[in-house]
Design a protein around this ligand. Structure first.
Ligand code: RFL
Ligand code: PHB
Length: 389
């Protein structure tokens, strides 16, 4: 089989790239290790930058999103007995959009399937060959047979545990990593959200976040130990702990209910450089991870796709390699800023095991400065709504 772009991974990065290319008449084959249902079962991000929504529009898949999303003009931050708002709309002129990764991925799967263009599920043993040559190809097993997919370019959209990054020789690649000493225990429930804006809480018992997916579905998180087992957290214990970490009036209003998903995510900052090796391009979690505190994971994946998509169109339509030649540099320049922001929000809002009294005073001083100072709020808001592409 032959295609123009072999896309490894049918997460949001791979599916969005495939759809954008399809609209320009560029062929792609998407190879996915799991099934569609498995991919849709992963509960992850919920907050999108408007740049992401524009990209979904460009891909022709934003209709349901625009009907069903929630527009948020700001967010709330609480610490101790204090609480304040950051008004994104006033500070930057832009809101953020709440629409679950599951829904967005479903829209992308539906659009891809409607075009009849291939997504091959349950592939095993994917290997990328000749990425540093002019004739790359990908081999894999599917339906009990070995296959070979020849292509012009390979997009590695296969997440943190994929094969694409590992294909780049260690002598070329440099990884940067910070692992945080805690995780997030997340619960999804069919209950109305406690607040019409997200609430990020720094409490003495640890971080908590009140988020949502719709007016009837809530998503809550609490900082937990990495050794915790989500199954040993009963729903009652989760709600009880959440209430102790969020502002009193929110705790009084909180509607609890049965969890429909409960899981623990570890927190990590990670960047692998470069994001291009020959004809292989890394996108999204395959190249970088952020802790979820700034809601940047999915949004940085989208900016990678924006740069790669435009670079590939420039190459296929005009035989001009300028865009793909600068892909790694452009994507990384934006990613490192999102890494800084996510690291800063994580440091500001969590309790760390080794934190001294001095460190706690610094955290509090920074929160107070943010509460009082419009310039500080502006910096936070600009980063949260998303830096320009
Ligand atoms: P994905 O979504 O991981 O998709 C990669 C796809 O590649 C497939 N795959 C392979 N296919 C073929 N061959 C192989 N060898 C393959 N290896 C892997 C996988 O099955 C999968 O379908 O990466 P992508 O598309 O780059 O999208 C990135 C986003 O998913 C990610 O940044 C965010 O979800 C991160 N993230 C969160 N971001 C937020 O902004 N807010 C959140 O609340 C949030 N929660 C999370 C998260 C990530 C988590 N992970 C990765 C464990 C919670 C979790 C638990
Ligand atoms: C979510 O709704 O899952 C969510 C929202 C904001 C974050 C992280 C996760 O910073």
């Amino acid at each position: 089989m032959r295609t123009q772009v072999a896309i490894i991974g049918a997460g949001p990065s791979g599916l969005l790239l495939a759809q954008l290319l399809h609209r320009k008449g560029i062929d792609a084959v998407v190879l996915e290790r799991k099934t569609r249902d498995y991919v849709l079962g992963r509960i992850r991000a919920g907050v999108l930058e408007v740049g992401f929504v524009e990209l979904m529009r460009e891909a022709g898949v934003a209709d349901r999103m625009e009907r069903e999303c929630l527009i948020h003009d700001g967010t709330r931050i609480s610490y101790g007995d204090e609480q304040f708002g950051i008004d994104f709309k006033d500070l930057t002129g832009k809101p953020v959009v709440v629409y679950g990764q599951t829904e967005l991925t479903r829209d992308l799967f539906d659009a891809r399937e409607a075009t009849g263009a291939p997504i091959i599920y349950n592939v095993e043993g994917v290997e990328i060959h000749g990425a540093d040559s002019d004739a790359p190809y990908v081999t894999y097993r599917a339906d009990g047979a070995d296959h070979r997919l020849e292509c012009d370019y390979v997009a590695g959209c296969d997440g943190f545990h994929g094969v694409s990054r590992q294909t780049i020789p260690a002598s070329v690649r440099r990884d940067y990593e910070k692992v945080y000493p805690f995780g997030w225990l997340g619960v999804l429930s069919d209950t109305p959200p406690v607040s019409d804006e997200l609430i990020y809480c720094n409490s003495e018992r640890g971080f908590a976040l009140c988020s949502m997916r719709s007016e009837t579905r809530s998503r809550y998180y609490i900082q937990c130990s990495l050794s915790d087992d989500p199954n040993s957290w009963s729903d009652a214990a989760f709600w009880d702990e959440l209430k102790r970490r969020i502002p009193g009036e929110a705790a009084d209003r909180l509607v609890t209910g049965a969890s429909i998903e409960k899981s623990i995510a570890p927190l990590r900052s990670f960047v692998s450089e470069p994001m291009r090796w020959g004809r292989l391009f890394l996108c999204g979690d395959a190249a970088h991870i952020v802790p979820p505190t700034g809601a940047k994971g999915l949004n940085t994946a989208a900016s990678d796709i924006h740069y790669l998509y435009h670079g590939l169109v420039q190459m296929f339509e005009d035989r001009d390699s300028e865009g793909i030649d600068h892909y790694s540099e452009r994507a990384l320049a934006r990613i490192w800023k999102a890494e800084r922001f996510s690291w800063w929000m994580t440091t500001l809002l969590h309790r760390f095991p080794e934190q001294s009294d001095f460190d706690l005073k610094m955290q509090r001083a920074e929160l107070e400065f943010l509460r009082e100072n419009r310039a500080a709020q502006m910096v936070m808001a600009q980063n949260y709504v998303g830096l320009p592409y």
